[in-house]
Design a protein around this ligand. Structure first.
Ligand code: 5GP
Length: 188
């Protein structure tokens, strides 16, 4: 059987530190590709098109969804997010390992299509720390912070079906764990 790249899926509640872990791990493994998602969320200050996300209108997103352009998609915290099927297939067919940073609903869809993907959940040390981090990050309005915290309790219930979980208390330790998981998955 022809081999393809290994797919890694990283999930966890908003504010838990997924993006920092993703950036850290990509410094360790520069060959690890990352799939830039499509979203209807407006860009935050400092975010740019094609680097953080492909920012699209609701109309464009729904048309892409209808056309089957997404390998998975979900409505998260009131906005739509999706992973490009073409981008994912290209990386995997090129035998590139690929990291997706997506929510739990999207991860479930990926699990159906790619049961051998490696699913990693990032947990906060406790709910108070999550709230503190989200508030300190200052990227969301107060209403959106409340929504994200409310969604986090539902998201945390999903951690049990993931292959691995990492508690992001001390960042360097969490990063080392993520590196170890990636190394071991590559030896499967
Ligand atoms: P944020 O708005 O903070 O960038 O992302 C909100 C949530 O959407 C995060 O949990 C993030 O992992 C998730 N997300 C980002 N891109 C995708 C995607 O393509 N698909 C799905 N299902 N979730 C995504």
């Amino acid at each position: 059987m022809e081999s393809t790249g290994q797919l890694f899926v990283l999930s966890g509640p908003s504010g838990v530190g997924k993006s920092s872990l993703r950036e850290g791990v990509r410094k360790r493994f520069p060959e690890l590709a990352y799939s830039i998602s499509y979203t209807t969320r407006p860009p935050r200050q400092g975010e740019s098109e094609g680097r953080d996300y492909h920012f699209v209108s609701l109309e464009t997103f729904l048309a892409m969804k209808e056309a089957g352009d997404f390998v998975e998609w979900a409505q998260v915290h009131g906005n739509y997010y999706g992973t490009s099927r073409a981008q994912l297939e290209q990386y995997l067919n090129d035998r590139r390992d690929l990291l997706l940073e997506i929510d739990v609903q999207g991860a479930r869809q990926v699990k159906v299509h790619f049961p051998r993907a490696c699913f990693i959940f990032v947990l906060p040390p406790d709910p108070e720390t999550l709230k503190k981090r989200l508030l300190e990050r200052g990227t969301e309005r107060e209403n959106d912070v409340e929504q994200r915290l409310k969604d986090s309790s539902r998201e945390l219930l999903e951690a049990s079906w993931y292959d691995y979980s990492i508690v992001n208390d001390v960042f360097e330790e969490a990063l080392e764990e993520l590196v170890a998981i990636i190394l071991s998955a590559r030896c499967r």
